[in-house]
Write a protein that binds this ligand. Sequence first.
Ligand code: ATP
Ligand code: FE
Length: 347
Amino acid sequence: ITVLGLESSCDDTAAAVLRGRTILSSVVADQTALHAAFGGVVPEIAARAHAEKLDICIETALNKAGTPLSEIDAIAVTAGPGLIGGVLSGVMMAKGLSAATGKPLIGVNHLAGHALTPRLTDGLEYPYLILLVSGGHCQFLRVDGPNRFSRLGSTIDDAPGEAFDKTARLLGLPQPGGPSVEQHAKDGDETRFKFPRPLLDRAGCDLSFSGLKTALLRQRDQLVSDQGGLHPKDVNDLCAGFQAAIRDVLVEKSRRALEVSNDITGFAVAGGVAANKSLRASLETLSDARDIPFVAPPLALCTDNAAMIAFAGAEKFASEGADDLSLSARPRWPLDKQAPAALGSGK
Ligand code: ATP
Ligand code: FE
């Protein structure tokens, strides 16, 4: 089927047209410039920009795909989790389109979009293990079906993407922080500064990242007081040390998650931080050593996009049908609460 997908849960406004597993078009209008002066995403500004840009994104996506609205079979939209204003803009737009055309409406969990991406890109079969690592989330999920997720562990404080962004801010590097820090880390010495490896002493797959930011701040302030400022080499070495700590924690916890995952067809990584090359390479090595196929989607499908929403919508539509116009926006919507029957006690 041909699905129009809409995404507006954070700071990207996106629309895409998907036919089967073929992405006919995927348009992303990011708001980085709008929020730059504020050092972070401002919910009010984001909501207004989504409302303004959704129209043109949809039009562009349909045009690029060469598919008029009449040829679309269903409309999928992110219904949460995320910033309420943005999610509402998308849901209202999708409801309007659905009401006007009579096409089925499908409310999609944004995290399900990320978590199902390895099926879209590589046709990975259920069940598989995925590390979802983004600006707002960090969790290990076992995926048994389009609506069957079980969480093996998650961060108890910051998400790695958030930590990358804060680190960049503390070092005066541009946002989004992940790509800036990765760029500087390439020329840095990861052993020069000491960073902790939080929670590795604790059993299980939960993670923690807030201590890394504190370690960074302390070492930055020490350098500033010793030498009056930061040299370019200091920035590179701090970035390298910080990135190595995040990588090591994610790799070790991935090793444990793989250990307790039976019968999986593969190990995948998704979310914006999955764009990090050093992390991807280390996770691939880990997976290879255990003879488990490793899937890392192309960068453009790791960060927020609407193709993943269209795909997750198609999978949900096939397994449980459409939503109706009472679909509501859910700012909080934990993925593993979607399938109580699959996870709950006694079943
Ligand atoms: P969520 O999906 O949890 O709601 P989000 O939509 O903000 O959060 P994504 O768009 O999936 O997150 O990812 C954005 C995050 O990924 C940012 O924090 C950014 O710094 C980080 N990121 C992007 N590229 C890289 C990279 N190369 N290395 C590390 N982090 C990166
Ligand atoms: Fe996201």
